[in-house]
Every structure is written in structure tokens, then in C-alpha cells.
Design a protein around this ligand. Sequence first.
Ligand code: GDP
Length: 323
Amino acid sequence: MSAKSLAEKLLAGNRRALGRAITLVESTRTDAGLQKDQLLQTIMPRTGQSVRLGISGSPGVGKSTFIESVGSKLIEQGYKLAILAIDPSSPKTKGSILGDKTRMQDLAADQRCFIRPSPAGRSLGGVARRTRESILLCEAAGYNFIIVETVGVGQSEVAVAGMVDQFIYLQLPNSGDDLQGIKKGIIELADSILINKADSDHLNAAKRSKVDLELALNLLYKNNTVEKPKVQLVSAKEKTGIDTFLDEVFEKITALKDKGDFSHRRSQQAIEWFKSEVSELVLETVSAKKAFRENYLTLEKEVESMTLSPTTAAKQFIGTIGI
Ligand code: GDP
């Protein structure tokens, strides 16, 4: 199918066309490049207006249950929801972390919802690019609420936090007395930390965790002008705290739009994306040339053996490629 007819079907909201378009942007075949570029260029004007949420947390914390609860509310409210799940393979087992079990069964059966797990085991740059492009494709197909799910084990959270409006971290009650249970880097990315499973036997532990976490955050953010993440209790299973959570998400979006910061943020994100594409493309193009790659590997060895500083090595490398 030509890029033009694929774009037409996609813009008309055809789900199969959306699936095909995502497969196309995921493709690493070099001959797919032109079609991909044409498709993205055609749909660009119809992108950027959705609400984008990043949701992260360790396996078992309740991400898919939470997304089911949030998703069903959103669909009730008339949103068209797309869920992109980034599933890096576990470095230990080399297997999928999100698992093979059928996740989010209710949403998966709902025609108003589009769910797409990303295949495992690609480079971070590849994952980030593919996810950004998939977000755009979903938006062009008429999805106005996008959830990007990550597992919270790697670098992909940083990339995702840079492409969404709000980044949410799910945490279990009592996992670590204070911040030890959560990686500090994740906290710095999070707009909200939700303590899930705040129900039945876990409720008291969840309340204690909230107090501990807030104390720790107060210390961490003491001399910081950046807004600290908000801690909230939820139960994805009992669907408690979900309405409050969603109300706040929309309040923040409205506040951003009122101040004109929403589109500014989208533009800034596009510029960041452009920058990372340029550096990746330069590296890809250069390392595809044998002579440069050999030189690169020689310098890498010197850096590894600590005989050359990384900065000097980088400058020497740039010198040899003549830019
Ligand atoms: P994921 O791996 O992060 O996607 O976690 P799942 O959504 O698959 O949930 C893992 C387990 O926790 C499942 O057995 C869920 O039924 C359970 N679970 C999820 N949310 C809650 C909750 O709010 N309360 C309780 N008690 N259990 C939950």
C-alpha cells in the first residue's frame, strides 16, 4: 500500500491501517524509510492534541489493572484511548517482562480502545523513536488519550517522560520504608506517585507508605524549586482513587492550556526529538562507514583502558571524520 493511501485510511480512523502504520514505523528495513517519512509527513498536521500519560512501575505493581480501571472511565467519558506498552526484554531471562498473559482483557475487547505492545529487545534510541512515532500515528487516527506504559527497569522511562504530559509512577504499599524502594531517578521524572493496592489488608500499609514517602520527598525537595511529585493512594482493583486521579490529570492539562504552555511543551518536545534524531543519525551514518568504525573502536579501547579521556577521544574522533 502506498504511503498516501495508508495515510488516508489512518486519518479516517481505520484501526487496521493504524496497526499497519505502526508496523511500518517499527520496521528496520531500509527500503521502508521513504514510505515511513512520507506517511509521517502527511499526518503531522493532525497530531499533538491528545492527552499523553506515561505510566511506569515494577512488574506486579498493578499497571495493567490500573490502566483497565482508568481506561474504562475514559471510554465512558467518550475518549478514544490508545495504549502503547513498551516491553523491554529482561536482561536476566531475555524474555518479555510484561509477560505473555493476556493483559487488559476488557479494554482489549473494546473497539474504542487500541492496544499495542512493542516488541522487546531493541536499542533505547530505537524504542524512543518508535514510541514517539506511534503516538503521532495514534493521534492522527483520532485517539485523543494516549497511555504509554513502561516497566520501570531501564532508561526507557527517561525517554517516555520526555514525550508525555504527565508521568505516573505506580508503587506498592510498604515496598521499602522510604525512598529506598524507588529509584531516585524515577522520582525525579514522576509528576505523581500512586501507591496502588490501597485496599483490604494492604490499606494501613499503604497509608503508612504514603506518610513515609511524603516525608522523604519533603527532604529530597527541600531546597528545590521544582514541584515535588504528588503521592496518592489508589486501588486499581476496587477502582478507588481513580476519579480523583483523573480529575487532577485533566485539571493540570487545562491549567497548561490556559497558560499557553501546552503547545509550547509540544514544540519543546519536538525540538528535543529533533536533537536526538540528529545525534543518532550522525552516529549511525558515521559508524556505517568501515574506516570510521575501526577508528571508533580503537578509541573506545583506549577509553576502556583509561589511557584516553572520553572527551579527548570524542574530539579526536570528530577530527578524523572531518566535521
Ligand atoms: P502489572 O504487572 O504491573 O501489570 O500488574 P497487574 O495489573 O497484572 O497486577 C498484578 C497482580 O496484582 C494481579 O494479581 C492483580 O489482580 C493484583 N492487583 C492489581 N491492582 C490491585 C489492587 O488495587 N489491589 C489489590 N489487592 N490487588 C491488585
